[in-house]
Design a protein around this ligand. Structure first.
Ligand SMILES: Nc1ncnc2c1ncn2[C@@H]1O[C@H](COP(=O)(O)OP(=O)(O)O)[C@@H](O)[C@H]1O
Ligand SMILES: [Mg+2]
Length: 248
């Protein structure tokens, strides 16, 4: 399995990195009344770019001076450790099951100050139960005191309920869709599932958009869609869809 790429560290001046910085700004401005301090990145199927998006948002947030915690919550197909070339022998599951102190588990990302990473840890037999536990909720609450931003990389929502469960304990959720891979009905189902649990969907990242401009990357993150609420709507109310280009 190919590992997610840390574009924003390797090529901070590229168009891709610029797009992630715009996404960072859009997240920061997506809520005026209550600042977004924790987000879930999810998608309907595997391989759409959840981990890539989580990692690159985490890096750009840390580059803007925030203290950021990136947590690998895909307990079925963990990949953060491969992107950061760190060990996954200890991680989130050790904190939740083994009562280990997160300070002993956290990995300080090399080359980016302020970014701490917690991998999934050993794969448990009951991921949904673990992620839906009070312990997980309490852990995230506790981390809100330590970090400016917490980013949870999760499994696909179409396959398992973990992503939807986690959406209920964070401030906002981002759905990743990938050009040529995402199925529109699966994406709609994922959004419905998130609506059902009252998730605060901040928007949709359209990933892996092919470009044909002789650019450095064959594919790159291209557009950001966000759902803004109309004046009278509540968190679970009607949303209007707005499309924003994030690169010139
Ligand atoms: N914007 C992108 N441009 C190029 N490759 C990408 C992009 N997003 C993801 N990928 C590649 O697609 C594969 C799956 O991405 P990943 O982030 O691991 O998906 P997920 O976490 O949703 O399963 C990886 O090999 C990753 O490097
Ligand atoms: Mg992943």
């Amino acid at each position: 399995m190919r590992r997610p790429k840390v574009f924003t560290l390797r090529n901070p001046k590229s168009v891709v990195s610029e797009a992630y910085r715009t996404l960072r700004t859009n997240i920061q401005f997506s809520s005026i009344d209550k600042p977004i301090k924790s987000i879930v990145i999810t998608s309907s199927i595997l391989g759409e770019g959840k981990s890539t998006t989580s990692i690159n948002i985490a890096v750009t947030m840390a580059q803007s001076g925030k203290k950021v915690l990136l947590v690998g919550c895909d307990l079925r197909k963990p990949s953060l450790h491969r992107a950061f070339i760190m060990s996954n022998s200890k991680g989130l599951t050790n904190i939740l099951v083994g009562n280990e102190d997160y300070k002993d588990i956290v990995y300080k990302a090399k080359g980016v100050e302020g970014l701490d990473v917690i991998g999934s840890g050993p794969i448990p037999p009951n991921p949904a139960e673990l992620l839906g536990s009070y312990k997980m909720k309490n852990f995230i609450e506790e981390m809100h005191e330590e970090y400016d931003m917490i980013i949870l990389d999760t499994p696909p929502i179409g396959a398992v309920t973990d992503g939807a469960i986690l959406s209920t304990i964070v401030d906002g959720t981002i759905l990743v869709c990938s050009v040529g891979e995402s199925d529109i009905n699966a994406a709609k189902r994922a959004k419905d599932l998130l609506d059902k649990v009252n998730a605060n969907i901040l928007g949709v990242v359209l990933n892996k958009v092919p470009i044909d401009d002789g650019g450095y990357y064959k594919y790159h993150y291209s557009e950001y869609y966000d759902y803004s609420y109309d004046d009278t709507s509540t968190r679970s109310g009607k949303r209007s869809k707005r499309k924003r280009k994030v690169h010139a």
